[in-house]
Write a protein that binds this ligand. Structure first.
Ligand SMILES: Cc1cc2nc3c(=O)[nH]c(=O)nc-3n(C[C@H](O)[C@H](O)[C@H](O)COP(=O)(O)OP(=O)(O)OC[C@H]3O[C@@H](n4cnc5c(N)ncnc54)[C@H](O)[C@@H]3O)c2cc1C
Length: 461
């Protein structure tokens, strides 16, 4: 739990710009830590919930959930359908069915919660407990005034918004463009029991399903908690530049068309999962249940200054934008928010440049650098081709290592020090207790993936 202010200390003030899930989390955390907090949002609360799509799928695991628990917040693990593992299939050039494995989440679960729902609940609690919510699109000029009037100002306006106030960290930003085009759509019609995706895992619908097609991109299905429909499923697809999938994703202009594109994708490329996909239905009550776009992975500075030189701190996607392939963005923002709240509550002096710079460096070292590197691994970055080849083959050969590999989505830190095939082999040996050559010697190409025989309700689209 966050600490209460000491009776002798005067109440300190904080401004949070942006009421997405990261800003709402930091606001509630600082309020509960005794700060006088004002949130500035470019939209009214109802509009944040109902007039925009969710920023992303926001699948979060144990470490991010622990950060929420440390703030006294609900991480939705009792309300959202739980992910207990990830089933992975890798098809190579020409569609050759190469690697399949099913990793368990050992000692933690994943939940993907609609960012609009999470932010909405936290904003409601924030206002009920005395926080001030101001509807005002903040500009660089008005930020100057706001920062002057508060002891601590956090900018959580997402990837766009006011992010340009924070310089790009060129030593950490390795891509000059997005690496994938994205398409996501949330649907109903599919259960979560063992009969669903049973061909992939004995856990059935408890495990999300990831397919990597070397020539096209990646496709993922996972259980989701939608703000209106409740327990549901989310599709998330990544298309490589110049691929056929990229053309298909670009054509989406509604939830219905996005859904149709996904069904056709599975019919044409990923037939092993097709019966489940045919059972899904668009969420009629939410016209914003889909999203397309692209994210350039960018790391910005944690510290910025307004025109008159007031100190401001970046937070969430404003600090670091990740391609969502390893599910790191929402997790990173929550962890960053919790660390900032805990440090601010304990800090006695001013929230000056040195304090903000120190907090940000600690956050990069504790989570973000590793999260960005694991994202590059799952993006099949050529720099990690040999390392990724060894790690994915080992996962295909050994179920313990499969769990360790998918565990990097929860705790990416073990990958931070892996910069060579030798280091990858040491990681494999460490997890399995066998030499990497013994583990990799057992690897057999999948040959043909097992196909779904799911007999759910077939819905024609
Ligand atoms: C397709 C996709 C899938 C994803 N899947 C995952 C996943 O599985 N796991 C994971 O951890 N992460 C995932 N992410 C990332 C995750 O969704 C984001 O990191 C997270 O939601 C960002 O939250 P945020 O609050 O920092 O920013 P945002 O949600 O962008 O919130 C910013 C807020 O600031 C407001 N704002 C903007 N400008 C101003 C202004 N000038 N004044 C006032 N308010 C302003 C906006 O209206 C918005 O409400 C995914 C992202 C995408 C795109």
């Amino acid at each position: 739990m966050t600490s209460q202010p000491s009776p002798s200390r005067s109440v300190r003030s904080a401004a949070i710009i942006g009421a997405g899930q990261t800003g709402a989390t930091a606001a509630l955390g600082l309020l509960d830590a005794g700060f006088d907090v004002t949130v500035y949002s470019d939209r009214e609360q109802r509009s944040l919930r109902d007039d925009v799509p969710a920023t992303g799928t926001a699948l979060e695991f144990g470490e991010a959930q622990q950060a929420e628990a440390a703030l006294g917040l609900d991480s939705f693990t009792a309300r959202a359908p739980r992910h207990t593992g990830l089933s992975v299939r890798v098809a190579g050039p020409g569609g050759a069915e190469l690697i399949d494995f099913d990793g368990n989440f050992d000692g933690y679960v994943g939940v993907a919660v609609d960012t609009r729902l999470k932010a909405d609940e936290r904003l409601t609690a924030f206002q009920e407990r005395g926080g001030e919510f101001v509807v005002e699109p903040v500009t660089p000029d008005s930020l100057d005034r706001i920062a002057a009037a508060h002891d601590l100002t956090l900018v959580a306006t997402g990837r766009g918004g006011l992010s340009e106030l924070f310089a790009i960290d060129t030593s950490r930003t390795v891509y000059d463009a997005p690496q994938r085009s994205l398409l996501t759509v949330t649907v109903t019609g599919l259960d979560f029991d063992r009969s669903v995706f049973a061909h992939r895992s004995p856990a059935g619908g408890g495990h999300s399903g990831f397919s990597i097609l070397a020539e096209q991109g990646e496709a993922w299905w996972g259980p989701y908690l939608h703000k209106d429909a409740g327990p549901s499923w989310a599709f998330l697809g990544w298309a490589r530049p110049g691929s056929e999938w990229e053309k298909r994703f670009a054509a989406a202009d509604s939830a219905e068309s996005a859904h149709r594109i996904v069904v056709d994708l599975y019919r044409d490329y990923i037939d092993w999962d097709l019966p489940e996909v045919l059972a899904t239905r668009v969420i009629a009550e939410d016209p914003h249940s889909w999203l397309k776009g692209a994210v350039r992975p960018v790391v910005r500075a944690g510290l910025g200054h307004t025109a008159s030189g007031h100190t401001v701190a970046s937070l969430g996607d404003t600090s670091v934008a990740y391609d969502p392939i390893a599910g790191q963005g929402a997790q990173s923002g929550i962890i960053q928010a919790q660390r900032l709240v805990a440090a601010a509550a304990a800090h006695e002096g001013p929230f000056d440049d040195a304090w903000i710079t120190r907090q940000y460096a600690d956050f990069l070292a504790a989570r973000s650098d590793a999260a960005a590197k694991v994202t590059r691994l799952f993006l099949s970055d050529p720099e990690f081709a040999d390392i990724g080849g060894a790690l994915f083959a080992a996962a295909g050969a050994d179920s313990r290592f499969a769990s360790a590999l998918v565990g990097l989505l929860h705790r990416p830190q073990p990958f931070l020090g892996i910069d060579s095939v030798e280091a990858a082999h040491a990681f494999i040996a460490d997890v399995t207790g066998e030499s990497a050559s013994a583990v990799l010697g057992r690897f057999q190409p999948a040959g043909t993936f097992s196909r779904s025989v799911y007999r759910g309700p077939l819905v024609r689209v």
